[in-house]
Write a protein that binds this ligand. Structure first.
Ligand SMILES: [Cu+2]
Length: 177
């Protein structure tokens, strides 16, 4: 976009502005993905194929629609790979579940009904931040917290700081008179 001052001589003396506008990100609006599209969350759908080619951004949502024989468990990667039920990070069985992709990284969902996950009722999505920066394929675990036991009689060990020696160099000037 270009702006000038119309007063005679002002523009030619530099009173002019050009700005180039770019969109803040590739995706402006959050997308609500219906998992499995019209099939919903059920058996006999290949969810790897469904997720293929889709870009899941932070802020997008997944909508799982399913009957009472199914449920949605968010699980870890290894539980997703091995169809392990019982360690779910979250469980949903209301038949109409919206999951907000709140952070970049991979998210894994399985149906906990016996035999359904191994039959293919599982979904992995890779969520990228809205700026388009690819996220690491596996979330980085937070650094371990180091706690000093509060009831311990052992005083907390302090790292001995190296003794600092300061040398003061005094320059003496001889008076010539
Ligand atoms: Cu199921």
């Amino acid at each position: 976009m270009y702006f000038i001052c119309p007063t005679a001589g002002h523009c030619t003396s530099g009173m002019k502005l050009a700005v180039s506008v770019v969109s803040a990100s590739g995706t402006v609006y959050a997308v609500n993905y219906v998992v499995g599209d019209s099939s919903g969350w059920t058996q006999g759908v290949n969810y790897a194929t469904w997720a293929q080619g889709k870009t899941f951004n932070v802020g997008d949502t997944l909508l799982f629609t399913y009957g009472s024989t199914h449920a949605v468990d968010e699980v870890s990667e290894s539980d997703y790979n091995n169809c392990v039920v019982g360690n779910a990070l979250s469980t949903h069985n209301d038949g109409n579940t919206t999951i907000t992709l709140s952070k970049a990284g991979s998210m894994y969902f399985i149906c906990p009904t016996a035999g359904h996950c191994t039959g293919g009722m599982k979904l992995a999505v890779s969520v990228v931040s809205a700026s388009g920066t690819p996220s690491p394929s596996s979330p980085t675990p937070p650094p371990p917290h180091r706690h000093t036991p509060s009831g311990s009689t052992t005083p907390p060990s302090t790292t001995p700081s190296p003794t600092k020696y300061y040398y003061i160099c005094q320059l003496s000037f001889l008076n010539s008179d």
